[in-house]
Design a binder for this molecule. Structure first.
Ligand SMILES: [Zn+2]
Length: 703
């Protein structure tokens, strides 16, 4: 668009006009400068003057134009935002219809597409076809018409044939040149295709500002962009940070009405031509691929990095690069045969809410779980999602039989966004939260300040006994390798597990005779259980499922006692003297140890060989800690190859570090394993975080 020397002289001129007085005969120079800075800012993302300097040049032009109204031209930067309101957006016909694209979802689909193209153009299977791959922006589609180098009309896609005219709104976008030198290419009239989007970070900023001003928040960048095209007041459109990418020439005509596109040989050349005329085109997001495999790789690569990209994209578009081949492929009624969309896996999907089941937790809390008609979502099939508690259900007004919108973003557990109430036909039913425990029929209660309904029939409620048993053997508690939920349920049904004690007195011969077991798995299980018997007592304490007694408090307590059963004699004061232990935990632990049956249980476990005495592992290594990571916060991200994440966290803790889960200015050390992603990026950007590799961390451990 601008050569280096042109850019340099425009920058020099800008400086001159910023410091000196300007006169009427410099109006066109000023415009040239402002158009250049619009381009640097909105097309190149590389502004060379500050907003303040831009504004003061802009005001100088406004003043000159105000003194000389006859000199105002419609393509002047001052004329982007009109003061006039649009009454209705008139319908206009596109010069050529805007067709939609066929969809593909995986590599196989794209390979089929490639095969299809070769058939259409009579090329043998083993010949490579060149493709251009571009992002499929998720915003509002537009058509821009230029005639005699002037921007004359902008329209939304509409139904593909007719769109809504929104020229006034399109003019407000600095990325839409009001004038472009099409004549240079012998083009008199041209219709361009593009998409209007909003940068994700600017969208967040906009919403924060709206929140401060007490305005309703925009739902998402996509709706804000496509809605911005249709607003009545161009000043509103101008405030939305709309950006127009162009990615296709719909039609280009010379003075005779002939199609000039025929002079181009590839689609990529035609897009680069638009770039050279000052339009915003995909750059790093676009690639000319030598064959379909390269195109597939590029698509998949972008799917992996879409979250980190500035704009919302919901897929990629694969186009045959040669215009001659495009011509041979032609169109169906609905879409071009030479292009296809590669859709990324959906982050949202709708499905039916069939039923609600109620799960009882290990301490009696009742969690409603929605059973859904199975639906594919971002690569996995979802058939049930947690509804958390009764309040969640009533706040969303969920009903049985509702069609619901389910979302899954990044690592987040899928959740129900909302019911689609427009789709209700009256056959839906209210969800009635049970008043009695579905397992033991005990009446449910709800404590003040707690969201959960609870069954307080702790010892006799079967569901709770099983849940506690599952927790007891889990990684977090006694860590009995291979002893999972299904074993617990199976052994419980056999009547072998009445309480935790029974876990340590199983009859392995009987187990080996169970269907699906055999001697090998029985002896493996025995080995794991024998190993767990030697666990430090902080694990034993945690494994008891005492309300509020988590891992951390278990460790604090284990450090203070010689034997688990010692806690029988503890008073509330003994507990609260320990830093970080509050009266709530104290009460619960005291209640547990004051029950004779629980002491009997602990003694039973002990009689089967479970260690009840403080081990070396239960004593904090305070002295060592002071030397190394004491008082530091640490976060592990990415894949650790030499030790598990939990192991690494434990070792860091031993050295006095505190594990935290988010990157913020509070973070001291980030250990980045393989494939570390956004957290590493964020920590690097902060500049205050010490970043270690896994090996650095291991070296630190042994130092
Ligand atoms: Zn119950």
């Amino acid at each position: 668009m601008y050569s280096t020397s042109e850019q340099r002289s425009l920058v020099d001129l800008s400086k001159k006009y910023l410091t000196e007085d300007v006169f009427d005969n410099q109006i066109s120079d000023l415009r040239k400068i402002l158009v250049f800075h619009e381009w640097k800012y909105s097309i190149q993302n590389d502004p060379v003057i500050s907003d303040f300097e831009y504004d003061s040049l802009f005001r100088k032009l406004e003043v000159l134009e105000g003194n000389n109204p006859s000199l105002i031209t419609s393509d002047s930067p001052t004329q982007r935002v009109s003061n006039e309101l649009t009454e209705d957006l008139p319908s206009v016909e596109h010069l050529v219809p805007m067709l939609s694209l066929g969809n593909s979802y995986n590599a196989d689909d794209l390979n089929d597409f490639d095969t299809q193209i070769k058939k259409l153009v009579n090329l043998p299977e083993d010949v490579d076809i060149e493709y251009v791959v571009e992002p499929k922006f998720d915003g509002g589609s537009i058509a821009l018409v230029y005639e005699n180098n002037q921007f004359i009309r902008g329209a939304t896609r509409g139904n593909g044939t007719m769109g809504e005219e929104m020229t006034a709104n399109a003019r407000t976008m600095p990325s839409v040149p009001l004038r472009a030198n099409f004549e240079k290419y012998n083009i008199k009239k041209v219709e361009l295709r593009g998409e209007v989007v909003i940068r994700k970070d600017l969208f967040e900023k906009m919403n924060k500002k709206r929140a401060v001003e007490g305005l309703t928040l925009f739902a998402n960048p996509r709706n804000t962009a496509s809605g911005g095209l249709r607003v009545k007041d161009p000043k509103d459109a101008a405030k939305r940070n709309l950006v127009a990418f162009v990615y296709q020439i719909g039609v280009a005509l010379d003075t005779e009405g002939n199609n000039v596109l025929k002079n181009q040989t590839t689609h990529d050349e035609s897009i680069e031509l638009l770039g050279s005329l000052g339009f915003k085109i995909p750059t790093i997001e676009k690639k000319v691929c030598r064959n379909i495999q390269e195109a597939i790789d590029f698509c998949i690569g972008w799917e992996a990095k879409r979250e980190g990209y500035d704009y919302e994209i919901d897929g990629m578009v694969v186009k045959v690069n040669s215009l001659e081949l495009q011509d041979k492929c032609g169109f169906t009624n609905h879409h071009p045969r030479w292009a296809i969309a590669f859709k990324f896996k959906a982050k949202q999907a709708s499905t039916k809410l069939i039923d609600v089941e109620y799960q009882i937790g290990k301490i009696g809390s009742v969690t409603p779980v929605a059973k859904l008609e199975p639906v594919a979502l971002a690569g996995v099939t979802i058939s049930s999602v947690s509804l958390h508690n009764a309040d969640f259900i009533s706040s969303k007004d969920l009903r049985l039989g509702d069609t619901v919108l389910v979302e899954r973003a990044g690592d987040v557990i899928p959740y129900i966004v909302k019911p689609m109430d427009d789709l209700r036909d009256g056959s839906e039913h209210k969800i009635i939260f049970p008043t009695h425990c579905p397992s033991c029929n005990n009446i449910l209660t709800r404590a003040k300040n707690e969201a959960a309904w609870r069954c307080d029939n702790v010892t006799a409620c079967q569901a709770q006994v099983v849940q506690r048993m599952i927790f007891h053997v889990s990684k977090d508690a006694m860590d009995i390798d291979g002893f999972g939920k299904s074993y617990v349920e199976r052994f419980y049904e056999e009547g072998w597990l009445k309480d935790f004690g029974d876990i340590y007195n199983l009859d392995y011969e009987k187990i080996s005779e169970l269907e699906g077991f055999g001697e090998r798995s029985a002896s493996k299980l025995k080995l794991a259980i024998e190993k767990a018997k030697k666990n430090p007592i902080h694990r034993v304490l945690h494994s008891l499922s005492i309300h509020h007694l988590g891992k951390k408090v278990s460790k604090l307590l284990a450090a203070e006692i010689k034997k688990v059963q010692d806690l029988q004699n503890w008073t509330e004061e003994n507990f609260t003297e320990i830093k970080d232990i509050g009266p709530k935990v104290a009460d619960n632990v005291i209640a547990f140890f004051s029950k004779e049956e629980n002491i009997t249980l602990l003694n039973k476990m002990e009689s089967f060989g479970v260690n009840m005495f403080q081990t070396e592992n239960d004593i904090p290594k305070a002295i060592v800690a002071d030397a190394l990571l004491s008082g530091k916060t640490i976060l592990f991200t990415g894949t650790l190859t030499q030790m598990g994440r939990k192991e690494a966290q434990r070792r860091a803790e031993e050295l006095g570090a505190k594990n935290i889960s988010a990157v913020s200015s509070n973070l001291n050390i980030l250990v980045a394993g393989e494939k570390a992603g956004s957290k590493l990026k964020k920590a690097t950007a902060l500049g205050t975080v010490e970043i270690l590799t896994e090996q650095d961390f291991i070296d630190l451990l042994s130092s």
